[in-house]
Design a protein around this ligand. Sequence first.
Ligand SMILES: Nc1ncnc2c1ncn2[C@@H]1O[C@H](COP(=O)(O)OP(=O)(O)OP(=O)(O)O)[C@@H](O)[C@H]1O
Length: 260
Amino acid sequence: MLQRKMLRARRDLTIIEGTNAAILLSGVRHSYGPRAVLRDLDLTVRRGEIYALLGGNGAGKSTTLNALLGFIAPSAGAVRICGVDPVTQPAQARALLAYVPESVALYDHLSARENVDYFLALAGAARDRPSVIDPALEAVGLPVHAWDARVSGFSKGMRQKVAIALALARHVPVLLLDEPTSGLDPQATLEFNRLLDTARARDVAVLMVTHDLLSAVDVADRIGFLADGRIDEERTATAGSARFDLNALHARYAQPRAAA
Ligand SMILES: Nc1ncnc2c1ncn2[C@@H]1O[C@H](COP(=O)(O)OP(=O)(O)OP(=O)(O)O)[C@@H](O)[C@H]1O
């Protein structure tokens, strides 16, 4: 038993040392009571890469995000954000990532500019308006007339732009997204995907948990299906306009689940 644990620890170390992944999960296991949710999950995302993680309800996608955020400590395996363990070094890991939940929480009585300024101050990051805040708001395409408007009147898409602007202003290498396009109309979804292109161009590693296959096909470099606690299948985008075979992916995604 001890030998198995040592072998596993050595394998984890080898994987960590031999990778340039900004996001790494290696041999990760996690159970809630008797229910094993992650079983030897291996997943890596490099800087400048967008990875879409798909999976049926209850497959363990949020649990995966929670492991990366350091909210849960896996019973086995390694989790790293740019080499930092989010459980044992939470402050260092948090400084390296931005997390955008399905519903972006902002201060409704503050403007877009003020929200970015406030959260930059909380993060201890540089917050000069002309050189940091305004260029970030411009990069995400938030209309200039909205910069000083209270965010209470913002749509979901606009709130996401503020959240991504904050991530860009912080220059974090890792962006974690939970169901970013749920509830967005097709136009807002396309706009959001182009925001992710901006993040990729700035060398950010993006992990996007989603049920939105069309969005994943449009923007992701790799798509992974989480099933039975591990990546069951992974596809990589090909060059050219048909980046993925949408019909094949849909057939894969919609296939009946094995009984638990
Ligand atoms: N805190 C918890 N305590 C006990 N069980 C949990 C807890 N959180 C999640 N689970 C269970 O773990 C499994 C995986 O949940 P998780 O939320 O990670 O799945 P998901 O893939 O994000 O699902 P969805 O697509 O529905 O959001 C589910 O069976 C869920 O009921």
